[in-house]
Write a protein that binds this ligand. Structure first.
Ligand code: ASP
Length: 432
């Protein structure tokens, strides 16, 4: 299946990219040509674009819980070498934590170059609707991984609990395949059912992506970016730095094919994560991109949902940058010990950050509180929140794929032929 209609697969990627660009252009034209009023707000922003964009995101969200459950369970059940899997999982986890910490440090560095938020006026700043109680403590997050009620976890979409339960189910079913044959059959059929439903829904991805992007730019235009250029500039350059200094060398060391091959295959995932601002909603497509990279499902079905939940490279950069920006805006000096605390808290908070829009901002309150900064400072950067969220989500998801790719490669688990093929992230092999 891997080489089936390559031309068509390429055009699927292009379609998503084009729809993003068209969404941007259409959004900007509408923003600047249609006067504020009912047509712009109710018919376009909260009407057509909302229905198409949010409808698509919800369709994907609808897939996430059963897809994650069935694909982890099937993967673990079929696992031939448990210790090898353990090594890949641990390596991926370590890479997740290290890249997140490095992201914060890069954000500090870029904040320094961009001369922070000095001189910002704090007058007229409205208090954000945010409160640090929303952020769970680290210990609580760890204990919470064990579900009290697995059915409840599935119903509530508690990702870490679902991963835990799916893993356990996979181990038991793999060990007692004979005794548990009816359950094993249901799980295997459930898995192929979910792949087929995912394939069907992904066919409308270009429309969803167009509507998501067009909605944002019809609403905000480019005007909001100006006053916060320094904030955005430091965030974006720190992201580029992470890609150039960490991701690229790691990918180049792992693959002789070079980074171009890798990024070509990750591009559709990047664009969709960008449009939806949700790592969770992107999981179906991220798994598909891992397939095209030659990563076995046994690995990706575990590391990708885990990464979508705990690996937040982009969010960490945003938090590091926000801390410096807010401290300077309030004229508060941060010591070296404070900065170390911020790195640690940002790493821990990324574990508790759900892969949904805006959660990084909620967790930012925990990071600010850890060094005694005022939580109200978040209001200074709120106007660009959605735009920053799009960039950080794209990086969050890319980071998941990079770490998974590197770890799988180190164990010689990559299907090199598939990696070198022209296949890109699409619903290859999932068509019904
Ligand atoms: N939206 C991000 C994600 O889904 C999380 C965040 O708000 O930073 O990965």
């Amino acid at each position: 299946m891997a080489n089936k209609s390559n031309g068509k697969k390429m055009s699927a990627t292009k379609k998503i990219l084009y729809s993003m660009l068209i969404g941007l252009v259409v959004g900007l034209i509408l923003h600047y040509t249609i006067p504020d009023g009912i047509v712009k707000q109710k018919v376009l922003i909260d009407g057509v674009f909302y229905i198409l964009g949010q409808g698509f995101v919800r369709l994907l969200q609808m897939l996430v819980v059963p897809l994650v459950f069935f694909s982890i369970t099937t993967g673990v059940m079929q696992m031939k070498d448990v210790s090898q899997f353990g090594r890949v999982a641990v390596r991926t986890l370590i890479l997740y934590l290290i890249t997140t910490a490095v992201g914060v440090i890069f954000a500090f560095f870029m904040s320094y170059l961009f001369k922070q938020g000095i001189g910002m006026s704090l007058s007229g700043v409205s208090k954000p609707e945010i409160n640090s109680d929303q952020a769970p403590s680290f210990i609580e997050t760890i204990v919470n991984i064990i579900p009290k009620n697995p059915i409840g976890s599935l119903a509530d979409g508690e990702m870490l609990q679902i991963i835990f339960w799916a893993f356990l189910t996979g181990i038991v079913c793999g060990k007692f395949t004979g005794d548990l044959k009816p359950i094993v059959d249901i799980i295997e059929s459930g898995n192929s059912f979910m792949m087929k439903v995912t394939g069907l829904i992904m066919k409308i991805a270009p429309i969803g992506v167009f509507a998501l992007i067009a909605r944002i730019f019809t609403d905000v235009g480019l005007g909001i970016v100006g006053p916060l250029l320094k904030f955005l500039g430091a965030v974006l350059t720190a992201m580029v730095l992470l890609i150039l200094v960490i991701y690229l060398p790691l990918i180049m060391l792992s693959s002789k094919a070079g980074p171009k091959q890798f990024f070509k295959k990750v591009l559709p995932v990047y664009t969709f994560a960008f449009s939806s601002a949700s790592s969770n909603a992107t999981i179906p497509l991220t798994l598909s991109s891992c397939d095209s990279l030659g990563i076995p499902r046994e690995i990706s079905s575990f590391t990708i949902p885990l990464g979508a939940t705990i690996n937040m490279n982009g969010t960490a950069i945003y938090q590091g940058r926000a801390v410096i920006f807010i401290a300077n805006a309030f004229g508060i000096h941060l010591t070296m010990a404070n900065l170390v605390t911020v790195v640690l808290t940002a790493v821990l908070s990324s574990i508790g950050t759900a892969g949904v829009p805006g959660s990084g901002m909620i967790m930012l309150s925990m990071v600010l509180t850890s060094v005694g900064l005022p939580v109200e400072g978040v209001s200074l950067i709120m106007s660009v929140e959605r735009i920053v969220d799009m960039f950080r989500t794209a990086l969050n998801v890319t980071g998941d794929v990079v770490a998974t790719f590197i770890s799988a490669n180190q164990e010689n688990l990559l299907d090199k032929e598939r990696y070198l093929s022209d296949e890109v992230a699409s619903m290859e092999g999932l068509e019904i």
